[in-house]
Design a protein around this ligand. Structure first.
Ligand SMILES: C[S@@+](CC[C@H](N)C(=O)[O-])C[C@H]1O[C@@H](n2cnc3c(N)ncnc32)[C@H](O)[C@@H]1O
Length: 249
């Protein structure tokens, strides 16, 4: 059974959550699913708080009996001051992973997802969630949004702990083929996607940058019904990854 027990030497208090939000080595987990996945995938939980331990335990028993939670009880108002919308909040250490260049250079057949300047944290989280579900090798993002922002973690249901997730400045050159998913590209055929490809998806409004399109080895479009210009970002990631995933099973 996986266990969420605050490490004794580094136990935190609920009032430390505000500081944890600004600490790049920590992740603030809002809600049961984020905490559940962090624990299930080996995250180190530094503190967890709820105003209703019985309800949380009922949820755990019905939805995640493999996961054991050690959560401190706090007052409802005290919790609401820190997280207005969640039944539970926790702080975990972000997993220490090899440098992203190592992942990009690795000879691994699992595709990598590159999100170029995603704007919407919910979308970003949903893309990470689907990448974890489809067993992708990792998610790379560029731009100002932090993929470890609590709203993105919530959108991903905490699946950041299941696969490498990095923000990078720019994509280094490497041996992996770079495929641009672009509504104006050639028709996407999952059978033609080489192993280990980097699948690049553009920003919500403007799509992929000219620089990335220029650099890509191919520009691929998911076929759309007449009159539909494009899919939502996370939906496009989902359609692409699961088309590949269904071929591999
Ligand atoms: C909301 S779309 C951006 C729409 C933008 N107007 C464009 O033309 O790319 C966000 C991203 O999802 C991906 N996407 C959405 N629909 C797609 C499609 N039909 N084929 C390929 N990629 C798609 C692309 O990577 C796109 O940059």
């Amino acid at each position: 059974m996986r266990e969420a027990r605050p490490d004794e030497g580094s136990a935190m208090r609920l009032t430390d959550v505000a500081r944890a939000r600004r600490d790049g080595s920590l992740a603030v987990l809002e809600g049961f699913h984020a905490l559940k996945h962090a624990v299930r995938f080996g995250g180190e939980i530094l503190g967890a708080w709820t105003a209703d331990p019985d309800a949380l335990e009922a949820l755990r028993g019905s939805m995640a009996p493999d996961v054991e939670l050690s959560v401190e009880a706090v007052g409802e108002e005290e919790l609401a001051r820190v997280v207005p919308r969640a039944q539970v909040v926790a702080v975990a250490r972000r997993p220490v992973r090899p440098h992203p260049d190592v992942l990009i250079a690795a000879d691994d057949p699992a595709p990598l997802v590159l999100l170029e300047e995603p704007r919407h944290l919910g979308n970003l989280g949903a893309a990470i969630r689907v990448a974890a579900g489809a067993d992708a090798g990792g998610v790379l993002t560029t731009g100002h949004q932090d993929p470890w922002h609590p709203d993105a973690i919530r959108g991903a249901a905490g699946l950041h702990f299941a696969l490498p997730v990095y923000r990078i400045n720019r994509l280094p050159k490497g041996p992996r083929p770079l495929l641009a998913l672009d509504p104006d590209g050639e028709r996407f055929d999952p059978r033609a996607v080489p192993p280990g490809a980097i699948l690049a998806f553009g920003t919500e409004r403007g799509g992929l940058s000219p620089a990335l399109l220029e650099r890509a080895d191919a520009r691929l479009a998911l076929p759309m019904a007449p009159g539909v210009s494009s899919l939502n970002l996370a939906t496009a990631v989902s359609a692409t990854l699961f088309a590949l995933r269904l071929l591999s099973d």
